[in-house]
Design a binder for this molecule. Sequence first.
Ligand SMILES: [Zn+2]
Length: 124
Amino acid sequence: MAKCDEGYLCELCGENVDHITESELYLRYVVGLIDPETLHTTQERHIKCNPILAQFIVDAAFPQTQVEGEFCKERMDSDFVAEQEKLITRGWRRLREIEMQADADLPILEYPLPEIQQRLRDEA
Ligand SMILES: [Zn+2]
């Protein structure tokens, strides 16, 4: 979602996803859950509209998300949760960096976290 692009609509709530820092699609991309090839064919969503993912962002600048039921992180394996929090929080901070560098025209392949970029290069 470069700044020149039209906004994309969230698949879940139907509202515009205005900022990359709100984008669940790009969050999943920077942490390696979506491949570059499928990025443009995957539906956009707000991070907040996917609380199961959002609950792993632990940053004062991101509103804390509470999930009800079996997918709440308090019910998950604590090692898994620690790992996810580390990764997803880093991914979200990466989105903030990208947003701040919006004028730098960063190539989309350089969006992901360093180890994900490395993996993409190895696979290429
Ligand atoms: Zn939404």
